[in-house]
Design a protein around this ligand. Structure first.
Ligand code: FE2
Length: 226
């Protein structure tokens, strides 16, 4: 993706998030120079890969297949192993109208996907087969705000603003905003986007960046150059 495109997506995202009165932490507004200045204090933010994250899942068509994420907090695998400390994570995301996040599941992470504002979110569901692939026969049992639903394989549920769905390991899920752009929250187990995403079709989770202008904000993969 071009840096100019990433910059524009973040500028638009900031406006959309602010339109709901949702505030981001201070480091969301840091420039690259601010990151360099604060690097010695921000080790935990860098380790946990907090901040802006944009993906087109390697398809090169962000409007059709893509997601803007901002990781607000995230613990570590060590915490999870010991069962102490920060074993949780939180993100805020924007899933635009008909902008698909492709079908995937997680081995470790259980996530609540929450519609914080804007348009409803549609979520398509399957069970993952042991060893990979889609289970076309077994209904998917999910909880939405603590209430259990049985969904046919490949069925689509619609989540209204204020509502949420709990996705557990083995739940294959794909989602998109419907009728408009959707402000999506995620509250989950510790998150490792490098190792715990299993997409049905091969995708690249982080974009290769073509530097055609300076970054307005850094995205998570940029931290390697600090
Ligand atoms: Fe997911």
């Amino acid at each position: 993706m071009k840096r100019s495109e990433l910059n524009e997506i973040i500028r638009e995202g900031e406006k959309f998030i602010a339109s709901f009165g949702f505030k981001l932490p201070e480091f969301a507004h840091w420039s690259e120079a601010d990151w360099r200045k604060n690097k010695h204090r921000a080790g935990e933010a860098l380790r946990a890969r907090l901040g802006w994250d944009i993906t087109d899942f390697g398809r090169g068509e962000f409007e059709n297949t893509g997601l803007l994420l901002f990781t607000i907090r995230n613990g570590s695998a060590d915490n999870l192993k010991s069962g102490r400390g920060m074993v949780y994570a939180e993100k805020i995301m924007i899933s635009r109208r008909d902008q698909v996040t492709p079908m995937h599941t997680h081995a470790v992470k259980t996530e609540d996907i929450i519609v914080r504002g804007g348009a409803p979110l549609e979520v398509q569901l399957y069970n993952a087969k042991l060893g990979g692939g889609v289970d076309e026969s077994k209904p998917v049992v999910v909880r939405m705000d603590g209430v259990e639903y049985e969904v046919k394989p490949g069925g689509v549920v619609q989540i209204q603003p204020g509502g949420s769905i709990t996705l557990e390991p083995g739940h294959l899920h794909s989602f998109w905003g419907t009728g408009g752009d959707c402000l999506v929250g995620e509250v989950s187990t510790v998150n490792d986007d490098e190792t715990d995403n299993y997409f049905l079709d091969m995708v690249s989770r982080f974009p290769d960046v073509e530097e055609d202008e300076p970054p307005y904000r850094l995205i998570v993969p940029d931290y390697a150059r600090l």
